[in-house]
Design a protein around this ligand. Structure first.
Ligand SMILES: CC(C)(COP(=O)(O)OP(=O)(O)OC[C@H]1O[C@@H](n2cnc3c(N)ncnc32)[C@H](O)[C@@H]1OP(=O)(O)O)[C@@H](O)C(=O)NCCC(=O)NCCS
Length: 139
């Protein structure tokens, strides 16, 4: 487990490719670092957890919203060596604070993650989705 200072920030403008290399690792075939930057910059809201020592992004959450009624949270990840320290929960808390004025705040998750999200105020529901797996890596 690593113990350096974690900085939470919403600004992603100064991030470099090196800062985000290796993110989306849990996807197998995920977006390249340049596309990770595009995902962050194209989102309406981003909260990053950054390693104060190296500047590396160690966790992130993104949201897309109309700003009036609804928001969707497509991405949440904490690098494996930083998991289990409350960083994921803190990222969700901070994003919910940004979105609290909205009616709908939705996300999709695997069943084994429902307890994690329930502790943060979400409740299970049913959903429908399309996944174009040939677009998964954004290339
Ligand atoms: C889910 C995730 C963001 C949590 O980040 P984190 O920093 O470890 O979260 P926290 O330390 O705040 O909370 C950890 C809790 O979540 C639980 N948890 C994390 N991943 C889990 C999983 N796949 N299944 C069940 N529980 C899980 C842990 O058991 C832990 O519970 P505990 O506090 O009772 O021990 C992180 O595990 C991750 O990046 N996973 C891979 C990507 C992913 O699944 N993202 C969510 C997409 S919907």
């Amino acid at each position: 487990m690593e113990s350096a200072m974690v900085i939470y920030q919403e600004d992603c403008e100064r991030l470099t490719i090196e800062n985000v290399e290796g993110l989306f690792g849990c996807w197998g075939r995920g977006p390249a670092a340049a596309d990770v930057l595009r995902i962050f910059k194209g989102s309406d809201h981003v909260v990053l957890a950054v390693d104060g020592a190296s500047g590396q992004v160690i966790g992130y959450i993104t949201a897309i919203t109309d700003g009036v009624s609804a928001a969707y949270i497509p991405h949440l990840e904490v690098r494996p060596s930083w998991q289990g320290q409350g960083i994921g929960s803190e990222l969700v808390h901070r994003m919910l604070e940004r979105l609290r004025h909205l009616y709908m705040i939705d996300l999709m998750c695997d069943e084994d993650l429902q307890a994690f999200y329930e502790r943060l105020g979400f409740r299970p529901w049913t959903g429908m989705l399309i996944r174009n797996y040939d677009r998964q890596a954004c290339d």
